[in-house]
Design a protein around this ligand. Sequence first.
Ligand SMILES: [Zn+2]
Length: 374
Amino acid sequence: MKTGFVFHESYLWHDLGSAAAYIPAGGYVEPELHIDNPSAKRRFRNLIEVSGILRNLVSITPRQATIDELTMVHGKEYVEKVKKLSDSKGGDAGENAIVGIGSYEIAALAVGGCIEAVDAVADNRVENAYALVRPAGHHAEPDFGRGYCIFNNIAIAVKYAQRIKGFKKIAIVDWDVHHGNGNQKAFYQDPTVLTISIHQDRLFPQDMGLTTEVGAGKGEGFNINIPFPPGTSSGGYISAFDRIIKPALDLFKPELIIVACGFDGNIIDPLSRQLLYSEDYRLFTRILKEVARDHCQDRLVLCQEGGYSTAYVPFCGLAVLEELSEYSTQVNDPFLAARKGVFPYRELQTSQDQVLIEVEKIRNKYKDRISGEV
Ligand SMILES: [Zn+2]
């Protein structure tokens, strides 16, 4: 088993400046680091090194995506706007998509990192890959940055995989706690890309990510949203994988699976109210590895999205890398002990079951459609 790993120190130099969480500092608001500061991702990278797993991963060197690659998803004017902001004093490229000085090059390097991960998997240099990139991408829309996302890393990597590497059917599974609106939008009318997002109901972007958003035109039936209420733990998530996500992937039979891998559904994340542990992310990875084995010749690429608990993101990330690479470190996740105390395991709750029943009804309608030729 060979697992590729993409990282570049520059990813941690993308600077959103000072704020109080995500509220601009000033007046009576004392400045501190923006919530999307590099600490959580840096500590994840550090634990990968200290745990010893890094030696067992195949290093993949990222490169900057070209303008031609960026414009496979984004409008030229938007790309130029980001470049202009980045070359001057920075600013917002949309709704809370802060571009710092030099962020264009770093964001292009994040896209290029995901492209290189796809490349390595497509060329069989590795079986699967993890791209620890920053800034995240899944909220970025063609002409509009959003939610700390400048360019849509995964959507561009999907286009690249189709146009350059010749893949036909690709699935995106987004388990970041926020809705994957950017990927949904990029492929909403496209039956060659199955987009699945499991997220906290109407957290961000507000009023998007509903079960009724199923795709349109030729893409009708090829978008799946699973919006869970706050307080969902393993029971709900694993039921969603068993009842919705895995069956849909089995019907669609993708040639490549790309995961929008956010760890912001963890128990102590400041930006969500879900109850996931490292072991849950390990299990999600295991399930998708099995699907990738069945349909994709193991081809599975995970790209970093959110995750804001500086304390817990490293352990969630390490669990995923252990599962991907089948290499066990000596690291025990100290937060798992809390499972018996403050944040216990909870089985599927009625309110979560209702969401799944609703999605199951919709999926039944599209069974033939997504198992057919595209
Ligand atoms: Zn998120």
